[in-house]
Design a protein around this ligand. Sequence first.
Ligand SMILES: [Zn+2]
Length: 201
Amino acid sequence: MGEVRAGDAISNLIQELHKLPGVGPKSAQRLTYHLLRASEQDVARLAEAILSLRQRTKLCSVCCNVTDSDPCPVCQNLQRDRTKICIVEQPQDIVAIEHTGIYKGLYHVLHGAISPTEGVGSDNIRIKELMVRLQENAVEEIILATNTNLEGEQTAMYLNRIIAPLEIKVTRLARGLPFGTELEYADDVTLTRALEERQKF
Ligand SMILES: [Zn+2]
């Protein structure tokens, strides 16, 4: 075991940052040298924030959103309309929908979408948890807000099929969202219209 040389620490961090989405080699290098110049206190705060992200967050036992309290603040909030559940693929989709301010129901996070080509089946995402919820609660509307790409559409169709026997109204975000849209990146106006004009699936 040799000592870790300064050059190794730098290239090590560059490599780790480069693994993050949207961070190219140039950005990884720039961030690394920025941190080298930053105060020790700032760097410690960043490292602590990254560590506690994994240590303190868990999945809400009701909606499967990431949270540091269980149930999450949305599931705990008695002002929310408990008869509606909006189904999304990823936690960040909730952030996008909440940002529009027009949706007052609950959520369910699937943590993925059905994709036979990538070997993701219905058992690999949080569908079982959803079905338990639907059986135990008086839900009147399910809003399918999966992405408008192939995987998102397949997932919406599958859910529609298995929810049908429960006689719950199933709606899908309106077609205002262009095909291939990831909800997370949709703008507020488009997303608001898609929610308001949601149609029976
Ligand atoms: Zn929750």
